[in-house]
Design a protein around this ligand. Sequence first.
Ligand code: PLP
Length: 398
Amino acid sequence: MTVAIHPFDALMDITARPPVVFARGEGAWLWDDAGKRYLDFVQGWAVNCLGHSPPAIADALAAQAKLLLTPSPAFYNGPSVKLAKALVDQSCFRQVFFTNSGAEANEGAIKLARKYGALHRNGAYEIITFEGGFHGRTLATMSACGKKAFEPLFEPKVPGFPKAKLNDIDSVKRLIGDKTIGVMLEPIQGEAGVWPATDEFLQALRALTTEQGLLLIVDEIQTGIGRTGKLFHYEHAGITPDIMTLGKGIGGGVPLAALLATEAASCFAHGDQGGTFNGNPLMCAAGLAVLQQVAQPDFLKAVTGNGLFLESELQRLSARHGLGSVRGKGLLLALDLKRPIGAAIVAEGLQDGVLLNAPQPDTLRFMPALNVTRDEIMQMITMLDTILRKLGVARCVG
Ligand code: PLP
């Protein structure tokens, strides 16, 4: 017997969703099924680095779909070989394992570090992670997260993730013991509200982990693929990590992520790692289309320039409304609202046709397409200005 339910109710209720169905996207813009247009500064949570449905990705997917979808992960395929080589050529890493989500890439990084510990450090398995950190929603990656709200969930957690404090090297030193195999962090904590690790901290971590024979693992799922103005964020600090994970932007909107390791750290043996869809040619063709554009020096220069432009416009807006500071790098920025009005702004934005994100009650996070234009940035600023006035936040200075 078919029970009459609202179509929305056929989906598991895992998050509060507004009653809007998105139907189409182009660049910085989304349309719902009633034809209403929205300026999108969320972009699937920093995923659509070339904007919605860019021709380069649509064409690459269409062409690859006609050629080959999935031969089997136990065979080579052209796009995955090409994409792995391109990533290796443009990074400090030697080998790549493709995954279907960021969490799966991090799960792989954790397994790789534990394998390294089994081979080289008497079975050491602990990975020091950070308060506020976010690494995904599998059981091991949730255990690696330093997100308070996850603490009571799905007990017992996977053991082996002691938490240090970001930008406090002594807090890391205090946690190192016989069982430690590595340190894992986001160079900018995204979900926590865009809290950057300083370059000095990243350098100190590299020096400490090298001295102690530990692995340095960077989760660049949010910061990688040009988001902060360099292809990979670790380049800002001039360090070379042992393991890196990528996700979000690497597929430009399709489910693709990656685990990268240096020659010394790349120690999986046959049977240690795998997965039916890993490195399938369809997703890797999209990844190649993304990398061909994002890795261009002029593209990265424009990200830096537009990031500085967005930052200065947010600072001006903040001064007009008596809000707090702007933090982050490139096109991953946050505005401190100094009051818990994030959700109200997001709700007003949806009404007014601008999509914004509040990872914390007092924080707005901006993660537009990497090819966002200055005109689109100014349109968002104007709409946000209107919302702040509507909510009565303005001090009426400007
Ligand atoms: N790591 C970081 C830094 C992230 O921001 C995210 C997603 O927000 C993840 C891991 C998990 O990636 P996914 O949602 O693709 O599993």
